[in-house]
Design a protein around this ligand. Sequence first.
Ligand SMILES: C[S@@+](CC[C@H](N)C(=O)[O-])C[C@H]1O[C@@H](n2cnc3c(N)ncnc32)[C@H](O)[C@@H]1O
Length: 270
Amino acid sequence: MPVNRQTVSPARQCGYWDSLSPVYARITRIRTDDFHYGPQIPGERELGLLPPLGAGSSALELGCGGGQNSVYLAKRGVRCEAFDISEGQLAHARALAAREGVRVAFRRSSLEDFAGAPPPPRRFDLVHSSHALEFVEAPGDIVRAMAAAAKRGGTVLVSTVHPLFNGDWIEGEWEDESGRDAGAAGSGLFLRDYFSPPDDVRDDAFGHAVSRAWPVSAWFGWFRAAGLEVTALLEPPATPDAPYTSDDWANHGGELDRIPSTVILVGRKK
Ligand SMILES: C[S@@+](CC[C@H](N)C(=O)[O-])C[C@H]1O[C@@H](n2cnc3c(N)ncnc32)[C@H](O)[C@@H]1O
């Protein structure tokens, strides 16, 4: 394991999200009139990545948090199942579904247990996860299980933290060919190591959690290894009218116009 990586423990991630969930629900604003892919980036209305779904279609969401994406789909008649490791997060999801008058079969499970279990007897048209796979040690195992849970011809959709966003950026200057300091034109931001960005380790009042980013090519490889044809790969810049935002995300000061927060992969099960 590279030196800047920590061990990821599902039990500690669960404790962290259970204590964070009341605050997360208060400060994060996630709409249900759009399907979101990540903080401060455009949603489905603009990106158009979902397959045609409606009454009679089925979807499974992994690491559903407050359940907004499943509620969005359920409002369109899709039969939805969703799980998360945190009972605190699931309580918000159940309350949201009740408020919006839709049925979603929420249950508690870890991504790791899902990956270790046999595929569900009824496969799904869509298996999706937004910003949850960065909290596991082996995302490739989860992608394989997502593909196994999808119908032939079905869609697997993952959005997760972008490796440039978790990257270790350093400010520096370089010299021109004559060895002189190149002044303002010769300064900029440099990425220390694309292939192994440091873990985003959260040790705070809520507990301990680790969010890990992987090179985009690793995600592409995991999709291919799982028997998925990658049909879209996006790194969207920020938009002011995002379906998922908070005061902190909205006040990013232009950073998210230059460095993507999220990478999105869409795969079709062959
Ligand atoms: C950043 S939130 C995203 C929630 C939701 N997908 C969304 O886009 O709003 C991450 C979620 O992943 C869940 N999570 C973290 N580790 C997990 C694990 N090992 N198994 C299942 N869920 C996990 C957390 O409880 C949390 O709800």
